[in-house]
Design a protein around this ligand. Structure first.
Ligand SMILES: Cc1ncc(C[n+]2csc(CCOP(=O)(O)OP(=O)(O)O)c2C)c(N)n1
Length: 144
């Protein structure tokens, strides 16, 4: 929001997850008040993904408090209720066009709810407590 306020003509994007954005969801109101046309790229995997990934790797896939199950809001209607534009992208082949459409709306905040594979992991990842940056996992099977 600060970047958009300082650079009103710039394309400003916030890349986030459905967990993180809900810790600051009230700022959609601030964006309405100050007319900040930020583009929100919400990578929605339905999980606190970092937490789930740790549970997958260290606890044999026993998930505790990391799945949203059916408890997520409809982000499109939520964004709309603050006066913004909401868009949902469900298929990878629709992403480019949706991004073009969103970034073409120069004076509107667009909340893009992008559905991603709930079971995909993020790499590189450091898993050993007190481990060195030289001991990173680069994928499910490769280490540095
Ligand atoms: C204020 C705060 N609370 C808790 C955490 C711990 N935390 C780190 S990553 C994460 C999950 C974030 O989930 P999401 O935004 O859906 O992104 P994903 O990991 O799925 O990409 C949590 C709860 C944190 N970093 N900050």
């Amino acid at each position: 929001m600060g970047v958009q306020l300082a650079f009103p003509d710039a394309d400003v994007a916030c890349v986030t997850g459905e967990g993180s954005i809900q810790m600051n969801i009230q700022e959609l109101s601030t964006c309405t008040q100050y007319q900040l046309p930020v583009k929100i790229i919400n990578l929605n995997n339905g999980y606190l993904g970092m937490v789930k990934q740790w549970q997958d790797m260290q606890y044999g896939g026993r998930h505790s408090q990391s799945a949203y199950e059916d408890s997520l809001p409809d982000f499109i209607r939520l964004a709309e209720s603050y006066g913004h534009v909401g868009m949902r992208v469900e298929r990878p082949e629709d992403l480019d066009e949706a991004m073009r459409e969103a970034f073409a709306m120069k004076d509107r905040l667009v909340f893009m709810d992008i559905m991603v594979d709930p079971h995909e992991h993020v790499y590189p990842m450091l898993i050993a407590p007190n481990g060195s940056m030289r001991d990173m996992l680069l994928s499910k099977t490769e280490r540095t």
